[in-house]
Design a protein around this ligand. Structure first.
Ligand code: DX5
Ligand code: ZN
Length: 215
């Protein structure tokens, strides 16, 4: 199980300290939310800020693009060499082409599904993606209420992946906390994104450990 703190909830006035703190607290990836004010009704940070983040981070970057016209933006992020570039299936007309393009730069392509989007959207995409990100809130803001409908989607997706014997990570994003983490993991999630749960706690290490399932 991997934990990806979402920097959206960090204190932007102390970004480097916040990054060091989650590194020391056991984070596995840094989740970076990019918003364009069109696909989602909010703006966050863009490539200039993320370039600075990538220059100091010891953790691999997990870039979550919540933008329209994804192919216009993707070239801005490729030089930053993130581990994953995720984009919404609802935002791009040619996801196979885009996944192949991202892969051709040795970056793992990932598809994001909004809470209402059916898993059937992935049926013909499985061989082109390395991760599927299931949203457990409507994207655009941190600190929202978790939507339990995601449990069923995780289980079904896990089955689809196992049937194809594919190597695809399942990531869950939105409203993840110490209460739902173990159920998400038991349902079949591999990576949990958590913003407000980690950054609003006064002990990042315990917050991150509480998200990792212990038997
Ligand atoms: C929502 C973003 C999330 C968000 C998660 O649009 O994609 O990554 O920052 O924040 P929390 O964990 O507070 O729901
Ligand atoms: Zn996100």
């Amino acid at each position: 199980m991997y934990i990806a703190p979402s920097l959206l909830a960090a204190n932007f006035l102390r970004l480097e300290e916040e990054i060091r703190a989650v590194e020391d607290a056991g984070a596995d990836l840094l989740h970076i939310d990019v918003m364009d004010g069109h696909f989602v009704p909010n703006l966050s940070f863009g490539p200039c800020v993320i370039e600075k983040i990538s220059s100091i981070s010891k953790l691999p970057l997990d870039v979550h693009l919540m933008v329209e016209n994804v192919s216009n933006f993707v070239d801005l992020f490729i030089p930053l060499k993130p581990k994953f570039i995720s984009f919404h299936i609802e935002a791009d007309a040619h996801p196979i082409r885009l996944c192949e393009y991202i892969r051709s730069h040795n970056i793992h392509p990932a598809i994001v599904l909004n809470p209402h989007t059916s898993l059937s959207a992935l049926k013909h995409l499985m061989e082109f993606v390395d991760m599927v990100l299931l949203m457990s809130v409507n994207p655009g803001f941190g600190g929202q209420k978790f939507l339990p409908l995601v449990y069923e989607k995780i289980k079904e997706l896990r089955q689809m992946i196992d049937e194809k014997n594919a190597k695809i990570f399942i990531e869950v994003d939105g409203g993840v906390n110490g209460l739902n983490a173990s159920d998400l993991e038991l349902a079949g999630a591999d990576i949990l994104v958590a913003g407000s749960y980690i950054f609003s706690s006064n002990d990042y290490k315990s917050a991150i450990s509480s998200l990792k399932l212990e038997f």
